[in-house]
Design a protein around this ligand. Structure first.
Ligand code: MCN
Length: 786
């Protein structure tokens, strides 16, 4: 079936006008009669015993409707589950109560909640609650937390190690024994705070007559939230409706089910009154998940000619104080399995320790595990090049998995569906004028100016499904896509999807695919998502999966419509079904194009059901589920050029070029937008952002004044291009793109800075590459000090 007219067109996102004119409805905009407001009391200690909670003063404050402490809810609510139970890892999941009752384990953990008639009354009363704490020793560093004698967080997790996961393939020892070059390097992957424009919120209403609960939540996956809420609230799932209105940006941080997501519905049920809570920014920084935070010791074995033989390493992944919903899968399945990157590497021996510390829980942040991998492997490639005296381009070329080897199974056991890495690299080099830049760099060095060029050739694993693999790797859910298509009698189409886009643009791209496939005008197709009462079961928007699994389901549903339409058309046109063709929204008799019925006419006849062939049901409504046969593996090369100022250590990005391959592209404008956003997040990690805790577990970067969120003026102009290698197993050849920018960019910039500093003998600096850090590193080095 042709999808060629709207598919590939740069159509502006349909949801933008309402988003940018203040007309969209966010969770905090939901207004309900009799609404009460919740405010949380949060622990100021990173680790302490709760000795008493005195709510008496708060209870007498004006407007207070109710107060609940951790103890009050302990029997009424189940603990929050962890839903990625990675096998063969000795995983220990400590219980995570929705509110702490006897012990707090990170600053920001909720201890009590007040419900009052206004936000302000709730806040004031929360401040009047007196909690006494008996402080306990604190540990924030994951490597130290795993050492004997460290403060212990949970009785169920000895030594704070919640899992140890290994991926081993090939013979790493033999490879290291035969290597000409062995590189050992420690890499710190900074902890980050996801900064959605809107923080989290929850609004809930309980109908005691019907026993039905409606929860408006800032969620990327309403069906997962409903599933988990039924467990935590001890309520039947069909009595819970979860609605995700506009969520104000998620970036992975709105995937987990949080304590407040359960508590606010609980409060509405208890009080028989609707309740709302909206996080403020300081609360957001401690109560919403953080991302990344790895300490890795990596060894690389290579030959003199740049051939990479093996990788060996150990990572300590900081999980925070509890295992958040999907957290164990991030530094393991989504990180370790893709460690060889784009390269034919014969051996990997890699261990990940997931360690609990007195910090905010860490979970999925854009790229989730894969930016950490790309950072390791692409830094490693540059270090090999450096040591072997080779150009980093040559080392990449030498080790790329050749085009004719796809589908290629890596030594870590995953099968890359397709790939053709050289053209993306060639295009990036040509766009940046690599040889020209090297000449410029040479000339600049003679004047003590530090120019650098950094490459990042990445491959990533996304389009998350298939479901049997999800089960095999311990993910406690399915990973298929779903679509229900309903055509109204007048030919207008509603497509209900199980995924829940929240800024990625599928309202537009999915309409493009459906309209193209069914030969309908774009404006006649509407995409509906984000409400468990109206949409089919789906597993949410994350892991750049929405488009691959979602369009897979849409295409299947469209095929069912066409199949039914052919039966009705054959009957009405008095032809046999085999003789009916469908093209461009028209059913016609092959060879007699004048004997024709439009899809609108067929839909009307199917809906009226006056004259249907035997065995055909009335209506034009179908649903389909699509479970992909494999993941998809987008790839590309990003290249960045920088100048480092020797006087100040300031890194200036001169050019940033992204050549991505996400298979066939539905909407180039939207794909560019996704790439731009991801690159910005990646560059910010390299140059600006860093979560800092002190040794007492106090978050020092607890506001936007202290945490360096990137600003538009700090970012360069992005130059984007693409190669197209369709996914061989996806019906439309699509691969995901929502995270590629964040996966590729961090290390492109880091490599560029290290390339600039190479004449000073600096091989590696950890992120963030702040002026202070860079300037200090340059001091005392040949030509570096001024
Ligand atoms: N697309 C396309 N052609 C392709 C691939 C994708 O036209 N070959 C389009 C899609 O149809 C969609 C967009 O590009 O409009 C991204 O699609 P996809 O790659 O399927 O990614 P998801 O929709 O699953 O989005 C998830 C991804 C993730 S994991 C994070 S985190 C993230 C991101 O998307 N969070 C975002 N982008 C975000 N963008 C916004 N505005 N807000 C967030 O919270």
């Amino acid at each position: 079936m042709a999808v060629s007219k709207l598919f590939g067109a740069s159509i502006k996102r349909r949801d933008d006008p309402q988003l940018i004119t203040g007309k969209a409805t966010y969770t905090d905009d939901v207004k309900l009669h009799g609404l009460a407001y919740a405010a949380f009391v949060r622990s100021p200690h990173a680790h302490a015993r709760i000795t008493s909670v005195d709510t008496s003063k708060a209870r007498s404050q004006p407007g207070v409707a109710a107060i609940y402490t951790g103890k009050d809810v302990a029997d009424k609510l189940n603990p929050l589950p962890c839903a990625w139970l990675i096998p063969n890892s000795d995983l220990k999941v400590p219980p995570r109560p929705v509110m702490a009752s006897d012990r707090v384990r990170y600053v920001g953990e909720a201890v009590a909640v007040v419900v009052a008639d206004s936000r302000y009354a709730a806040r004031d009363a929360a401040e009047a609650i007196e909690v006494s704490y008996d402080p306990l020793p604190v540990i924030v560093n994951q490597e130290k937390a795993a050492k004997p004698g460290a403060p212990q967080l949970h009785a169920e997790v000895p030594n704070n190690v919640s899992f140890t996961w290994k991926v081993v393939g090939g013979d790493a020892s033999a490879a290291f024994a035969s290597a000409d070059i062995v590189i050992k390097q420690r890499f710190l992957n900074t902890r980050l705070i996801p900064n959605a424009i809107e923080a989290r919120a929850a609004t809930a209403q309980y109908n005691s007559a019907t026993g039905e609960l409606t929860a408006w939540l800032t969620t990327q996956n309403p069906h997962i939230h409903r599933f988990v809420l039924s467990l935590v609230l001890k309520m039947p799932e069909h009595k819970i409706r979860v609605i995700a209105p506009e969520v104000g940006g998620g970036f992975g941080s709105k995937l987990p089910v949080y304590p407040e997501d359960a508590l606010v519905p609980f409060l509405a049920r208890e009080l028989g009154r609707p309740v709302k809570w909206a996080e403020d920014r300081r609360e957001n920084y401690v109560a919403t998940i953080h991302g990344r935070d790895h300490i890795t010791d990596l060894e690389v074995a290579a030959k003199k000619d740049g051939t990479i033989l093996a990788l060996r390493g150990v990572t300590y992944a900081n999980m925070g104080a509890y295992l958040s919903l999907a957290a164990p899968g991030v530094p393991t399945i989504l990180h370790g399995l893709i460690l060889p990157g784009c390269y034919t590497i014969g051996a990997v021996d890699y261990t990940v320790h997931g360690v609990l510390t007195n910090t905010t829980p860490v979970d999925t942040y854009r790229g989730a595990g894969r930016p950490e991998t790309t950072y390791l492997i692409e830094r490693a490639v540059d270090l090999v090049a450096h040591k072997a005296g080779l150009d980093p381009v040559e080392v990449r070329r030498k080790n790329f998995i050749p085009k004719d080897k796809f589908p290629a199974t890596s030594v870590t056991g995953i099968t890359y569906d397709s790939g053709d890495y050289h053209p993306a690299l060639d295009k990036a080099l040509q766009m940046v004028d690599y040889t020209g830049f090297r000449r410029q760099q040479e000339a600049a060095r003679k004047q003590n100016r530090y120019l650098g060029v950094g490459l990042s050739s990445y491959v990533e694993i996304c389009g998350l499904g298939p479901s049997p693999v999800a089960g095999a790797v311990g993910f406690q859910g399915g990973l298929y896509g779903s679509a229900m298509i309903r055509i109204a009698p007048t030919g207008k189409v509603s497509v209900f999807i199980g995924e829940s886009p929240h800024g990625q643009g599928e309202e537009t791209t999915f309409a493009q695919v459906t309209a193209d496939y069914l030969g309908l005008p774009l404006d006649d197709v509407e995409i509906i998502s984000g409400d468990t009462a109206t949409t089919p079961m789906g597993w949410g928007t994350y892991g750049s999966r929405t488009t691959t699994v979602g369009t897979g389901a849409i295409v299947k549903a469209c095929d069912k419509i066409i199949e039914k339409g052919k039966k009705v058309a054959a009957h009405l046109l008095e032809a046999s079904e085999q003789d009916i063709a469908f093209e461009d929204g028209r059913f016609f008799v092959k060879g007699s194009p004048e004997r024709v019925k439009t899809i609108q006419e067929i839909t009307l006849m199917a809906t009226l059901a006056w004259n249907l062939p035997a065995g055909v049901e009335p209506g034009m409504e179908v649903s389909a589920f699509y479970d992909p046969p494999n993941f998809v593996y987008p790839f590309g090369t990003h290249v960045c050029t920088v100048e480092v100022d020797a006087e100040t250590g300031q890194v200036k990005i001169l050019r940033y070029i992204a050549v991505d391959d996400c298979g066939r592209v539905i909407n180039p404008l939207i794909v560019d937008g996704q790439v731009h956003g991801g690159i910005t997040q990646g560059i910010a990690q390299t140059l600006l952002e860093e979560v800092v805790y002190d040794d007492n577990g106090q978050l020092l970067t607890a506001s936007m004044l202290d945490y360096a969120v990137p600003k538009a003026g700090q970012m360069p102009r992005y130059e984007t291009a693409r190669t197209v290698t369709p996914s061989p197993h996806h019906p439309l050849g699509i691969k995901g793109v929502g995270e590629t920018g964040s996966i590729a960019s961090t290390v492109a910039v880091a490599n560029a800075v290290m390339d600039a500093l190479a004449p000073l003998g600096i091989a590696h600096l950890d992120m963030p590459l702040t002026p202070k850090k860079v300037w200090h590193a340059m001091q005392g080095r040949k030509g570096g000090a001024r």
